[in-house]
Design a protein around this ligand. Structure first.
Ligand code: M6R
Length: 594
């Protein structure tokens, strides 16, 4: 949520910053801005709209030169998207960009800035106004005093005209990485600077970075110097563009077989796991996540309970963190997150740790906060995911959960070896079934034509089919803006079936053969009330208006194949409706605020 970038000692800083912003745009895209110091003066430009609008505006300004600067792409929290609310915010000799939320901005305004008339409706402006108000002539001291007053989450990059050769950054609870290469860079995530740096540092909470043209020094908020070791990192994959696909989402749907194969291959070879988690059989396990990652967790619960025979509680992170969860040192907690930066999931991880639980994260981004703070990490290998609607990262999360379920079943001795050996060999070839599932695209395109004008679509399923229904429903609503709801099929008759009338569209996910007759009854119930039903199934038995066949796999893995037609359906419906598929309205890929 919001992306920030800064650089120092970089020839043509403005173009390095706008290039970085284009890579960070998935984090928020309602406005963007840039500030540089040119000849000891701050120059800035900020615009409502996409980065392309900012770049166009910059082209009309010939003298935007300088080797130090900061940039921002915004997802509005306080104040509507507008030129005034876009970052950077400027006051006196300072320019600031910020990712996060300053929770006590009203109190700070009241206490320190009563007489200041603000130019924007943002919480961020309070930071720059405070810097100006508290400025002692020493930037580090002023930043340290200001940072100590701020409550909430913040990653901040600051320019000061009095120190035109120094870039300052501050971090608390919002991600910030510093990289050294030809010049020194700061960014919300590695993708923005990966190809420009050879050395990477991860800022931790409560740290200030003082960045010269060639190096970075780190301090605590109390100005005590910190010695920091660089992090290992992999250079960017070369295939980060859209290639011949019209949208990133479609490309990423097609990258799922590879994402799953790479994730499985990283930890399972010749039917042996390369996993080493020191856990004894617990009384129960928590799985905590948000959005699609939570839906992966729903599937994980079903699989873990089947294989481990212990209760698994799946909770959305925003609820978990305030729910006084019943966990202690014997309750391992699994956090699932593509970005590894989701604020609620990170807070949940910290909550679990503070209660003594061992934490295990399934994350896709190696240098993320969740990966750094977890006791154990299972890194999914989906590669960079750019479309806001997750597809390949979700599929890689499912694969990770299958592995963990089988691994723990072996470790705790809760499933016989014949079962686990069979599951492992089926898992090693799951990617081929996902590849075959992609063959349904032509049929899905036809279905999308029929459904494109629907006002409501209901997704139903039982067991793992319910987990698939939840994810299918979220996918479609987030990119097509059609109202969708997912229901456990048997629950419809307890209220929601009253919404079914002639022509209502229902999509049913049939994953577990033993539940198929029950699902068929639920399908028949909605058909009797006029619904038009599409069933996704690997068997030939379900009767519905249309049936999409998926390849047969072990029923525990069926979400992985059944989600493919649901993702493609969302994509094609959204395309027919002319939606902005990769950047849906009101959303951002990385949700780093509460
Ligand atoms: O990065 P995370 O996996 O923690 O993100 C969690 C959710 O914000 C994310 O899955 C979201 O629901 C997706 N946009 C859904 O496609």
């Amino acid at each position: 949520m919001c992306g920030i970038i800064g650089c120092n000692g970089v020839e043509g800083a403005a173009s390095a910053i706008t290039q970085g912003l284009e890579r960070l745009e998935y984090r928020g895209y309602d406005s963007a801005g840039i500030a540089i110091i040119d000849n000891k003066k701050i120059r800035y430009e900020k615009k409502k709209g996409r980065i392309s609008v900012l770049i166009k505006a910059l082209k009309t300004q010939s003298d935007f030169v300088g080797s130090i600067g900061i940039g921002h792409t915004r997802w509005a929290t306080h104040g509507k998207p507008s030129d005034e609310n876009a970052h950077p915010h400027i006051s006196g000799k300072f320019a600031v960009v910020h990712n996060g939320i300053i929770e006590n901005y009203r109190q700070l305004k009241e206490k320190y800035l009563k007489l200041v008339s603000l130019k924007s409706d943002t919480d961020t402006e309070i930071i720059v106004q405070l810097l100006n108000r508290l400025y002692s002539g020493n930037c580090l001291e002023t930043l340290s005093n200001t940072a100590k007053l701020l409550e909430g989450s913040f990653a901040i990059a600051v320019l000061c005209e009095d120190e035109p050769d120094t870039l300052y950054c501050v971090r608390k609870s919002s991600p910030l990485l510093i990289g050294v290469g030809n010049g020194v860079y700061a960014a919300s995530d590695l993708s923005a600077i990966n190809d420009r740096i050879h050395t990477l540092y991860r800022m931790n909470d409560g740290e200030i970075a003082v960045i010269s043209k060639t190096e970075a020094e780190f301090y605590t908020f109390d100005k005590k110097k910190i010695v920091k070791n660089p992090e290992e990192f992999e250079k960017a994959e070369s295939n980060c563009g859209k290639e011949n696909y019209e949208h990133y989402m479609l490309k990423e749907i097609y990258e799922q077989p590879a994402a799953v194969q790479k994730t499985v291959d990283a930890y399972l070879e010749n039917n042996k796991f390369r996993l080493d988690f020191e856990l004894n059989k617990p009384e129960r396990i928590y799985i905590v996540a948000c959005g699609s990652a939570y839906h992966a967790g729903l599937a994980g619960k079903r699989i873990f309970e089947e294989l481990l025979k212990i209760p698994v509680i799946v909770q959305v992170a925003s609820e978990f963190r305030y729910s006084n969860p019943l966990i202690n040192e014997n309750t391992p907690t699994i956090i699932i997150s593509q970005s590894g930066e989701t604020a609620d999931s990170l807070a949940a991880l910290r909550e679990a740790k503070s209660r003594g639980a061992k934490t295990l994260s399934i994350v896709n981004v190696r240098h993320s906060s969740i990966a750094a703070e977890s006791d154990y990490v299972l890194l999914t290998r989906a590669g960079q995911e750019t479309a806001v609607a997750t597809t390949k990262a979700y599929s890689a999360q499912l694969a990770a959960l299958y592995m963990l379920g089988i691994y723990f079943a072996e470790k705790f001795g809760t499933a016989d070896s014949k079962t686990t050996e069979k599951l492992k060999s089926q898992l090693e070839t799951l990617h081929t079934a996902i590849l075959s599932a992609l063959d349904c695209e032509m049929q899905i395109k036809e279905l999308a034509q029929q459904l494109q004008s629907a006002e409501h679509i209901y997704f139903i399923g039982r067991g793992l089919g319910y987990a698939a229904a939840c994810e299918g429903s979220l996918k479609l609503k987030e990119i097509s803006y059609i109202h969708c709801e997912a229901y456990a099929a048997g629950e419809m008759k307890h209220g929601t079936i009253s919404l079914i009338e002639k022509g209502t569209n229902v999509i049913a996910a049939d994953t577990e053969p033993k539940l198929s007759p029950k699902l068929q009854s639920n399908i028949d119930e909605v058909v009797a009330r006029g619904a038009r039903v599409t069933a996704i199934t690997s068997q030939g038995k379900i009767k519905a208006d249309s049936v999409i066949k998926t390849p047969a796999v072990n029923e525990l893995f069926a979400v992985s194949t059944q989600i493919v037609p649901l993702q493609l359906l969302s994509y094609h419906i959204a395309r027919l409706r002319g939606c902005d598929i990769d950047k849906p309205r009101n959303l951002a890929k990385s949700v780093t605020v509460e």
